[in-house]
Design a protein around this ligand. Sequence first.
Ligand SMILES: Nc1ncnc2c1ncn2[C@@H]1O[C@H](COP(=O)(O)OP(=O)(O)O)[C@@H](O)[C@H]1O
Ligand SMILES: [Mg+2]
Length: 363
Amino acid sequence: MASLELKGVRKSFGSTLILEDVSLTLDAREFVAFLGPSGSGKSTLLRIIAGLETADAGEVWLESFRIDPLPPGERGVAMVFQHYALYPHMSVRENMAFGLRNARVPKDEIERRIADAARVLEIEPLLDRKPGEMSGGQRQRVAIGRALVKEPKLFLLDEPLSNLDAALRLRTRVELAQLKQRVDAAVIMVTHDQAEAMTLADRIVVINDRTIQQVGPPMEIYNRPANVFVAQFVGSPAMTLVPAQLAENGDYATLKIGDGTVVETRVPRDRLPPSAHFRLGLRPEAVRVVGSGEATSKAKVELVERLGERTLVYARLGDGQPITAEDQRDSRLKIGDEIALRIDGAAAHVFDADGAGYHRTGA
Ligand SMILES: Nc1ncnc2c1ncn2[C@@H]1O[C@H](COP(=O)(O)OP(=O)(O)O)[C@@H](O)[C@H]1O
Ligand SMILES: [Mg+2]
């Protein structure tokens, strides 16, 4: 059974259209990330699902019931806000019980749910503390606990890790990944952080420009980006895009770029629209620093970033085109060096004039 279903959701604030024709189906117990830049409407969509905003058009269904006419408390949905606020004068236990008491859940049932949630979140020792006596990560877990005790069919988490410092973010990310194994509900997490979406989600929904750009498992989004936006938004550093011309006939697209390099891709030529003008998409790992014997191109180093497990080299091709390449981890390159690059056509992507992406078959 499908968990959540959105059908043609549209939303404006005043005369500004924020979301247009958003349709999506979640599987049971699926963990989905809404990924997009700040201001792309992710929180608005979450709030429409939760019932905190009303859509101008469209329907929201949860487990075969239409829920968009229902008030928030009757939807079977629990939301953890970006700026979660715990009641400071209440203990963790009281914070978690508060909503349930208001909903007139019987006392022993409230206790059972709190005990269950505390066990799942490993916050049992904290139950009698006040929010002021806990770390940011612990408070975040309590905020999730407060949603958990509602035993919802669907969890909505709005940027759950954004208030945490870097180390805690990573640890809480691991905890969230474990949590998803233990919770019998679908989860939607909003994030602008592609690493969070990549590591946690079963599927990523990329949102930009008022609408869904692509839906798919993380590696599909990474390997087969539907368009230029997705290609550049997912993956760090961003994919290099190089203006290119279709060079010759053959089963696969062969493209020539500005410095004269000819790149034989594995993108079937007959998929491409009839045009000569494209962009070649290259992730850093598709452009290696090599000895001159293996080179396809020459470049000049502008910046070297040593990341430990790999070295990123920001360089310019002969025609001035910026390109991001990878060198071995013990790279000795420095700014200004003239280097030889090998562009791996088999790993290259092609984008047409409208920005649509084309990829090698099979991968
Ligand atoms: N209540 C509101 N009234 C007017 N504009 C709003 C309101 N809420 C959000 N917006 C606008 O809608 C757009 C999307 O906001 P939001 O959904 O918060 O984006 P995101 O969560 O992706 O950062 C932004 O331009 C924001 O300023
Ligand atoms: Mg937001």
